[in-house]
Write a protein that binds this ligand. Structure first.
Ligand SMILES: [Zn+2]
Length: 377
């Protein structure tokens, strides 16, 4: 049987507005869909567009407390709650907005459906660009995230006794997902991100490598601001493929935040779209069913180009670099890849390179032995 892929999407996922000046703009999801559609990718018989569903209350409770979930529902309806702040709301990052509860149920339901599609054996890869909300914690919202759909989907896989690896390439540390599986060896979590010394949420040091049975099963690869494609790819290849090969997951869940792009307005890593795509290509070499999720990304056309490129890799569909005029003419973008990038002085590049080498060395020294990889060099 040939390779089959699903893209879980409906425009309802992109209609809400957090606040007029909020960097997270759900319309980027529609741009990504429109860009992919302009290539005719959804006409391919191996690719299906599947409409999402709302997450069920019990599914949300697989990670979140009922006290928190009920508070999200009440606040969303405009009912007062005295302790808004204790649930993470009412800040510039996490404003209360209309339809908040329903929007969160749509994006996490899209991930639950994606999990079911993979478990049904009909599809080899499934993408939900509205998911990947990795910062949400059991009892509070954090970093633009209300419900933690990666955790909910992974728990769904675990209930079918699947072995799951989660790899997070968002510019920010995947703290909520790490928290959920910190003391278990049944889920391997790997996060590659800008060092918490320089950016939210401040966590994700190499020393956070799991506890109890989970020792060695939380892996963090922090990088220095202004890290470019060459350094990023080198560091990724030094760690991720080797550990995944040893772990042998049934399911690979990837959080594909593209706020690592050099033009992203709120972060400092410096990947190009083609560099990001090369990282995603590394995932295609893993022999496991593959779930792709969205995540951060605040330069809207970098998001559309990055996620379109990623989905092209996920469904093995060759996208020409030249963007079809039906999309490019409207949005004034003409190529998937970047033809420019930030150029940094030698000193910054060297600092980024040394920082990456340091993180890789620490991981290989302290974490590889948990996987029987102690003698590899
Ligand atoms: Zn992010």
């Amino acid at each position: 049987m040939s390779y089959r892929s699903a893209f879980v999407y409906d425009q309802i996922l992109s209609q809400h507005v957090l606040s007029p000046k909020h960097p997270l703009k759900p319309i980027r999801l529609q741009y990504t869909y429109d860009l992919l559609n302009s290539y005719g990718i959804f006409d391919d018989s191996r690719v299906s567009v599947v409409k999402p569903r709302l997450a069920k209350y019990e599914e949300v409770l697989s990670f979140h407390s009922s006290r928190y979930v009920d508070a999200v529902s009440r606040v969303s309806e405009g009912k007062e709650t005295a302790d808004l702040g204790s649930f993470g709301f009412g800040t510039a990052d996490n404003p209360v907005y209309s339809n908040m509860y329903e929007s969160a149920l749509w994006s996490s339901g899209a991930s639950m459906l994606s999990a079911e599609l993979l478990l049904s054996d009909t599809y080899d890869s499934v993408m939900n660009i509205s998911g990947g909300l990795h910062h949400a914690m059991p009892q509070y919202a954090s970093g633009f995230c209300i419900f933690n759909d990666p955790v909910m989907a992974i728990k769904r896989f675990l209930s079918d006794s699947m072995k799951v690896a989660y790899v997070d390439i968002d510019c920010h540390h995947g703290d909520g997902v790490q928290h959920a599986f910190y003391d278990t060896d049944s889920v391997l979590t790997i996060s590659i991100h800008e060092s918490g010394n320089y950016i939210f949420p401040g966590t994700g040091a190499v020393e956070e490598f799991g506890s109890g049975k989970g020792r060695g099963y939380s892996i963090n690869l922090p990088l220095y601001p202004y890290t470019t494609d060459d350094i990023y790819l080198w560091a990724f290849r030094q760690v991720v493929p080797t550990v995944l090969e040893k772990f042998k997951p049934d399911i690979l869940v990837t959080q594909l935040g593209i706020d690592s792009h050099f033009r992203d307005p709120i972060t400092h890593l410096a990947l190009t779209v083609q560099g990001f795509r090369d990282v995603v290509k590394e995932f295609s070499k893993v022999s496991a069913k593959w779930m792709g999720l969205g995540g951060g990304g605040y330069d809207l056309q970098a998001v559309a180009r990055g996620w379109a490129s990623a989905y092209g890799v996920m469904c093995e569909y060759e996208l020409q670099d030249q963007i079809p005029l039906s999309y490019g003419g409207v949005h004034e973008v003409y190529a998937l890849s970047d033809d420019d990038s930030f150029t940094f002085g030698y000193k910054i590049h060297e600092k980024a390179r040394k920082f990456a080498e340091g993180s890789v060395a620490e991981i290989r020294k302290h974490i590889f032995p948990f996987h029987g990889l102690g003698h590899l060099e």
